[in-house]
Design a protein around this ligand. Sequence first.
Ligand SMILES: CC(C)(COP(=O)(O)OP(=O)(O)OC[C@H]1O[C@@H](n2cnc3c(N)ncnc32)[C@H](O)[C@@H]1OP(=O)(O)O)[C@@H](O)C(=O)NCCC(=O)NCCS
Length: 183
Amino acid sequence: MIEPVEIAAGRLQLRAPVDADATDALLMLQDPAVRLWNPAPEVLDLADAREWCRRGANWADGQHATFVVIDATTGRLLGNVSLHSIDSEQHDAEIGYRVAPWARGAGVGTDAVAAATRWAFGTLDLVRIELAHAVVNPASCRVAEKAGYLLEGTLRQSYIYGDGMRYDEHLHARLASDPEPVA
Ligand SMILES: CC(C)(COP(=O)(O)OP(=O)(O)OC[C@H]1O[C@@H](n2cnc3c(N)ncnc32)[C@H](O)[C@@H]1OP(=O)(O)O)[C@@H](O)C(=O)NCCC(=O)NCCS
């Protein structure tokens, strides 16, 4: 069981999703780049998006902590970031993220991943967090690097993405003992 929290990260707020996020969540999840690199194939309409928000907000199994990223000034949803596959015996987890098309290129992905990582190492007793992205998704690679996730290698043909094709992935990871990335 992980207690849902809110994280204040400067211009960003990270919190568990609520039903009112469903409209923007649906727009984000229908974006072609998100459908390719972070598919949520079961989210096709507003009712599905509401369910997606509810699943994201339920951290009771202790295996994920899913945040929406909110503009702290306007309250608009800008993206989401999730610690998932949390393994309390191995003390490790994975992290995934999406930024809505209207919020890209402004450091939201990097800042949200950095804030969620800081919280996770401080709260979840983790030693290692892994981050994987398709090699042909360089923007995601930059987010990983800038958030302090070291590139450890290439996983060959390791994941089927939203277009049904297998892609090579970069495996990045951060250790709790790694230094904070320089902004
Ligand atoms: C990838 C994604 C999360 C990036 O989020 P973002 O908030 O736009 O990222 P940031 O603004 O923090 O940083 C983007 C970096 O990528 C770089 N970048 C963007 N497009 C790029 C490209 N085609 N090639 C190389 N670098 C690129 C930017 O220049 C920036 O780096 P810089 O600060 O050194 O200039 C966002 O585009 C997204 O959600 N895309 C669709 C889904 C996805 O790919 N999710 C990740 C799956 S692992």
